[in-house]
Design a protein around this ligand. Structure first.
Ligand code: FAD
Ligand code: NAP
Length: 304
């Protein structure tokens, strides 16, 4: 029986594990992949204090290096469900169960798919959701980035170091991305925009993507354009299927908590991107992880 089981080793979960173990609690941190979460798919981070600029995977490594210094244990596993038995919670992974007096959910979210023809067929053959993973394959190539948020615009800028040209396709005529990111994109000679436009289809040959069909929503005109790669950044969906039976999610699947990261079930906390909130950032994930780590300690003291 662990004092706390943290599910997900992104910045939120790693910080919760660090704080709880530093309070002398027994901690198990369960992760289904490489520690670091979405930081592993992020090119450059320049809004995390302490670093003027750092590559996402490097920041992930640095955080992970410090996580176990106070005794937190790690386990590989995909958490499939959590059951609440009051004084303890049962965490079920595919081939193993764990018991914890408390749980911190830090499973984050995943990139949303567009659902257009060709997206699935050409995934890994020109369709990507990760510029830092795949950008280098597209030297001197013609790329399309779909979306108008921070991810689309920032990763679009990153791709210009490899690509011949990057066209950002956005369904409205103004970007959602932060102003500083927008200004950089507008000033970048390799970036072009298609406003009020959506991607309708991705097609190619047996090997790779060769063209995209783009529709202008205002004029209703369609164009088929040569393309070597399509990077899709149209938002995020919460990773909360495993917690559906707990009734702690809202209609869209995000977990609701109070400002102390408590869900409506005593002893179950949620932190980071998986929460219903406005600002999904590394710095907020880390802050919430610290709060939850401390709240777990308080909860265990109160229920002793
Ligand atoms: P995540 O980082 O998503 O980590 C969740 C972890 O939980 C993952 O490792 C996942 O594998 C694991 N997990 C999920 N489900 C399970 C399960 N069932 N069982 C076991 N493990 C599970 N923020 C910034 O501050 N600055 C930036 O420059 C920046 N750039 C970004 C660029 C991109 C392309 C993207 C997508 C995001 C960016 N962000 C940036 C946002 C930032 O990465 C996130 O806000 C942050 O990573 C959220 O941390 P988290 O720990 O809540 O979740
Ligand atoms: P986002 O902010 O939700 O933006 C998604 C974009 O995709 C929006 O521009 C949206 O258009 C568009 N879109 C959604 N569905 C679409 C569809 N079906 N067809 C076409 N376009 C569609 O998602 P995100 O950019 O991935 O950012 C997620 C979170 O991570 C945000 O909180 C963001 O701030 C954070 N983040 C931060 C940084 C940073 O701080 N540097 C970098 C990356 C991400 P509309 O604008 O019309 O809605």
């Amino acid at each position: 029986m662990y004092d706390v089981i943290v599910i997900g080793a992104g910045p939120a979960g790693m910080t919760a594990a660090l704080y709880a173990s530093r309070s002398n609690l027994s901690v198990l941190l369960i992760e289904r992949g490489a520690p670091g979460g979405q930081m592993n798919n992020t090119a450059e981070v320049e809004n995390y204090p302490g670093f003027n600029s750092i590559m996402g995977p490097e920041l992930a490594n640095k955080m992970y290096e410090g996580v176990n210094q106070f005794g937190a244990e790690n386990a590989y596993g995909i958490v499939e469900s959590v059951k609440d038995f009051g004084t303890y919670k049962l965490v079920h992974c595919e081939d193993q169960d764990y018991k914890g007096k408390t749980i911190v959910i830090a499973t984050g979210c995943v990139h949303r798919k567009l659902g257009v023809p060709g997206e699935e067929e050409f995934a890994g053959r020109g369709v990507s959701y990760c510029a830092v993973c795949d950008g280098a394959f597209f030297r001197e190539k013609e790329l399309y980035v779909i979306g108008g948020g921070d991810s689309a615009v920032e990763e679009g800028i990153y791709l210009t170091q490899f690509a011949k040209k990057v066209t950002i396709v956005h369904r409205r005529n103004e970007l959602r991305a932060q102003k500083i990111i927008q200004d950089r994109a507008f000033a970048n000679p390799k970036i072009d925009f298609k406003w009020d436009s959506v991607l309708e289809e991705i097609s190619g040959n047996q090997m790779q993507v060769t063209q995209v069909k783009i529709k202008n929503l205002k004029t209703e005109t369609e164009e088929v354009l040569p393309a070597d790669g399509v990077f899709i950044y149209v938002g995020l969906d919460p990773l909360t299927q495993a917690f559906e039976d707990l009734n702690i999610t809202n209609a869209e699947g995000w977990i609701e908590t109070d400002i102390e990261m408590r869900t409506n079930i005593p002893g179950i906390f949620a932190v980071g991107d998986v929460r219903e909130k406005n600002l999904r950032q590394i710095v907020t994930a880390v802050g919430e992880g610290g709060i939850a780590g401390q709240q777990v300690y308080n909860y265990l003291e109160e229920t002793k």
